[in-house]
Design a protein around this ligand. Sequence first.
Ligand code: SAM
Ligand code: SF4
Length: 327
Amino acid sequence: MTGLSDSFQRPINYLRISVTDRCNLRCTYCMPDEGVPLAPHNQMLSFEEIRSIATAAASAGITKIRLTGGEPLVRLDIIELVKMLAAIEGIDDLALTTNAILLEKYAVQLKEAGLKRVNISLDSLQKDKFRSITRIGALSEAFAGIRAAHKAGLEPIKINVVAMRGVNDDEIADFAKITIEKSWHVRFIELMPFEGNQAANKWFMPRTEIEQRVRATGELTPVFDQTGHGPARYFKFPNAKGTVGFISSVTEHICMSCNRLRLTADGKLRPCLLSDNEIDLREPLRNGATGDDLKNFIEQAVANKPKGHELVNGSKPKKRNMAQIGG
Ligand code: SAM
Ligand code: SF4
């Protein structure tokens, strides 16, 4: 296996696969009020199609796959897909990002099917605020899901918190302090602007300010990310069981360490989350493309990976929002 690298010498070994654009929550910062236009089912990749693309990606040098959505656990028979992907030679890390609402039901089956770990999105520790951010979610269900993931051994558990001014910034210290008692890796994420998400401007908080709020609660020492080579920078309170991480996708150019490609639920390969440039794999696949053809498309996507996003210049993705790409 030779491995993939792009025209800026970044090694590309990570594929994020969105398995659905549907979701059981309606987070205010992710979904517009009116919801997102859902693609018809026949435009969604089937499990066989996803497996063909993942197999071609593995043969090109992808070693790590993450399932996302929409909410990946609402896709019917998701456990079957996990089994299919876990069996692909060359894929040594299979993970999933979820809002945890259905994790209590699925954690054990996911683990048995070959899933290694989960990232959980949780933006409030308060019942009423959790409901108002997600519009329809129950915090008790998310907590039950986190407990189930822990019990099933889907670890380490990473908790993603999108920090938002005037929404949950009063909970930044509470989230950080949880890592003293629990072995959670709490990662604070800067809110990214998407077309149709006007709230993003007034809620946005830069990493520097988020970090200041965390540092006000205790001394932090840097730690290396033992759990992968992601974009977060990690720190620890003295004697804490877990860590605190920061992902500054907007204010810092973390793009130079980007190692990923994204596949949308309707079969488009996106070299960059924040660029609308896409390569269609679904139609070639439905017209008989072979594994080698798919591998060529994947190599083309890698070659087309831009150097970095242009958010600071006001350029933001227009075609799709986060729930349609998978974050
Ligand atoms: N439904 C799953 C979940 O919430 O974990 C997976 C899909 S969700 C689109 C993936 C991640 O994107 C979540 O952690 C969510 O918080 C994040 N996200 C969504 N919209 C965002 C935005 N505008 N800026 C930053 N992160 C965002
Ligand atoms: Fe759904 Fe995840 Fe978006 Fe919330 S962040 S609306 S759970 S896709």
